[in-house]
Design a protein around this ligand. Structure first.
Ligand code: ADP
Ligand code: MG
Length: 697
């Protein structure tokens, strides 16, 4: 099939070089294969006809049969419009065009029967349709088309008269020539087992459904196939990695035992114990560990990281913990050093602001192996940073690092690739984790340390600010500290900065008796650090900040988090921010401040925050609200470049597809059996660098 679908789009009848160029630029459509996979994003119901008397504002696009009786050009110049009267036996309505007026005036025929398709709107008790589609009744073919596809286009395409309907025409043409060239891409066994529609019917019916049943079958088949090929690829990568990459074996645990016995100040939760067991199993298996550790804010990932590093140290290997920001690296360092000191283990910190002299010293100690553990930022990636034997890399908040940067770290041991533990505090919904990290093993800390009090979250309107301030005052009197966070959106940084400084000034005026810190992204690292430290030491009681405090910062005495313009934050971000409080023994509070005007999505976000503290539930809702592409910069990963499946809705299909891929590979890892030849051929027909295996090429 491959050659046919590689045909350049310009060769399709009715396209040509100019339109082809536009389709390439605007929609990434280069070939027949690309076009046929430009699936409709919705359908219009063209089965029902409405009477003019039935028109109603609440109706979506509807079709009406009627006769045009009179048309006239109104207005002048650019404001000129064309109005026509449409009449049926129940009444009359107006049809209006604001664009292409001259051309429409010529083509609309008076006293002629049409099928008119558009959205009815009411004005002064009369109904009208702007820019309706017109088809002369005498020319309407007796097609059995049931639902009319609607395709994505862009403003630029529309300006060049490539509308959804134009694409539909191209699609009709393409399907006609393509049909004989569409071959099955799944095995007969899978088709049979899952009762899937065949590929040809699926492609035809996804564009031009013959019935609702066929449309549903087509949609299921194509989603299944898309997810199946993604899972197949990820599972194969995983087996390749399993087989090929050796890892250091970390069998010794004397210091770990000593640490458990004499230095732990709390009992590990059941979840922490389970996760440490999973990690330990990996580290003794002789293969390289590739594990994702998920745990909500405050679930206690740091101690798990430390114990993992300790296992490495017990076996003569060095370990690295890399954090995305200086503040976070500092906090990790302080946390880990407290543990390491008790055991007399040499731990260091390397960030952008490490002084040259100290830097040289660190480099030396890492090279000689004298230093066992190092915490830091991107500074760790520099080539001069070399190790005697790097055995473990832990990356915190991994979504802030690119794949490229991570692999730089892995290469710092030329003999054996270090074990890898990726930690994230953003709980990733299972469906997403399965797809994104199908090649990683996943551990989850799904239990909070005992004695934690749930954070009380409330939503308050700006008009209640005085009462909120009184609450803040009461909390500070009790000895607590308070965060007040302002949004920062890059495009309008200037304005946000003003919001922040205005906020800072008003807070200072409102609380003259207390000290106020301010931290934002524009401060120099050392100034930021200075302010943070003042807050940590309780020299300041209120911290006014942008989201720079979002990740990791740990001030157990801070018990109130106020988020200004909370409607401007994403759900996961709100949850992350809330995680900055509730770290001590005291009852903590999160107050979401907004104005009265809120969108539906904003309301859902706020309600969700008030209702639950469960990070996984929040991540699921976030995924539904935003779609997966937005989460954690995953849009670059390619894995989520889905054509038809939707991870927020298709979890059940994903599970089936994964199980199917697993079964296929278990029975026939090399895809050599005759029944798997469709699958094998399909994979081969895909170019090596195509990320989405389900794409036809
Ligand atoms: P996060 O997963 O957000 O990185 P941390 O590792 O910073 O969480 O842990 C949050 C706090 O909980 C720290 O003060 C830590 O010492 C404490 N902690 C971690 N595990 C436990 C436990 N099992 N029992 C009690 N406190 C714990
Ligand atoms: Mg942490």
């Amino acid at each position: 099939m491959s050659n046919f679908f590689h045909t350049k789009i310009e060769f399709l009848k009715g396209v040509g070089p100019q339109r082809a160029e536009l389709l390439q630029k605007e929609l990434n459509i280069y070939t027949y294969g690309d076009l046929i996979q430009h699936y409709p994003f919705r359908y219009l119901d063209r089965t029902q006809f409405y009477k003019i008397a039935e028109m109603d504002e609440s109706l979506p696009y509807v079709q009406v049969k009627g006769t045009i009786k009179g048309k006239e050009l109104l207005g002048e110049g650019r404001k000129q419009r064309l109005a026509a009267r449409l009449i049926d036996e129940t009444g009359e309505m107006e049809l209006v065009w604001f664009k292409g007026v001259k051309w429409m005036e010529k083509s609309v025929k008076n006293h002629t029967e049409y099928i008119v398709f558009g959205k009815p709107t009411e004005f002064n008790g009369k109904f009208s349709m702007a820019h309706p589609e017109l088809e002369e009744l005498s020319e309407v073919k007796q097609t059995n088309a049931f639902l009319q596809p609607v395709y994505h286009t862009t403003e630029k395409l529309k300006a060049h008269r490539i509308e959804s309907k134009t694409i539909m025409k191209m699609m009709e043409m393409l399907i006609k020539v393509a049909a004989p060239n569409i071959h099955e891409t799944l095995s007969p066994e899978l088709i049979d087992h899952y009762r899937l529609m065949n590929k040809r019917d699926a492609l035809i019916n996804i564009h031009f459904p013959e019935s609702v049943e066929k449309y549903n079958a087509a949609k299921f088949r194509l989603k299944f196939e898309e997810l199946f090929y993604i899972q197949l690829r990820l599972l194969r990568q995983k087996t390749v990695r399993r087989a090929d990459l050796a890892g250091q074996v970390f069998k010794q645990v004397p210091t770990v035992t000593e640490f458990y016995k004499n230095h732990m100040t709390f009992d590990l939760t059941g979840a922490q114990k389970r996760v440490i067991k999973e990690i330990h199993k990996d580290l003794t298996a002789g293969k390289q560990m590739n594990r994702l550790l998920q745990g909500d804010v405050g679930s206690g990932k740091t101690i798990v990281a430390f114990i993992t590093m300790l296992i490495a140290a017990d076996n003569g290997a060095q370990s690295v913990l890399m954090a995305p920001t200086e503040i976070l690296a500092d906090q990790h360092y302080v946390g880990l050093k407290a543990f390491a000191d008790r055991l007399g283990i040499n731990i260091g910190k390397l960030t952008g602001s490490t002084k040259t002299k100290d830097r040289k010293e660190l480099h030396e100690q890492l090279r000689s192996g004298e230093m066992k553990m190092i915490v830091g930022t991107h500074a760790l990636l520099e080539d001069v940073v070399q190790f005697q034997n790097l055995g473990l890399c832990i990356v915190d908040e991994q979504h802030r690092f690119g794949v490229e940067q991570r692999s730089k770290l892995w290469r710092k041991n030329p003999r054996v690739i270090p074990h890898v533990l990726v930690m994230t505090a953003t709980p990733i919904p299972r469906t997403l984790a399965m797809t994104l990290y199908g090649d990683l093993d996943v551990s989850v800390i799904d239990e909070m340390p005992a004695g934690r009090k749930e954070i009380v979250t409330v939503h308050r309107f700006d008009s209640h600010r005085l009462r909120v301030f009184q609450f803040v005052r009461d909390q500070i009197k009790l000895g607590r500290q308070v965060y007040i966070v302002y949004p920062l959106i890059e495009e309008s940084e200037g304005m946000d900065y003003k919001d922040l400084t205005d906020g800072y000034e008003s807070i200072r005026r409102a609380f003259p008796e207390y000290q106020v810190s301010m931290v934002h992204g524009k401060l120099k690292p050392q100034d930021k650090d200075y302010e943070m430290q003042r807050f940590v030491k309780n020299e300041t009681q209120i911290m006014v900040a942008t989201t720079v405090i979002e990740v990791g910062v740990n001030v157990p005495n801070a018990s109130v988090m106020i988020i200004e313009s909370a409607e401007r934050f994403g759900l996961s971000q709100l949850h992350q921010l809330r995680g900055r409080v509730g770290r001590g023994a005291e009852q903590s509070y999160c107050i979401l401040m907004t104005g009265y005007k809120l969108s539906k999505d904003s309301k859902t976000r706020l309600e969700t925050m008030v209702r639950t503290n469960n990070g996984f539930e929040i991540a699921d809702i976030d995924l539904k609200l935003r779609g997966p592409g937005d989460l954690m910069g995953t849009q670059q990963s390619g894995v989520l470049d889905l054509l038809i499946a939707d991870l927020s809705k298709d979890a059940p299909i994903l599970q089936e597809a994964r199980a199917a891929a697993q079964r296929v590979l278990e029975a026939d890892a090399q895809l050599e059996k005759p029944e798997n030849q469709n699958i094998r051929r399909h994979i081969q027909s895909l170019s090596a660098n195509t990320i989405n295996w389900s794409r036809i090429s």
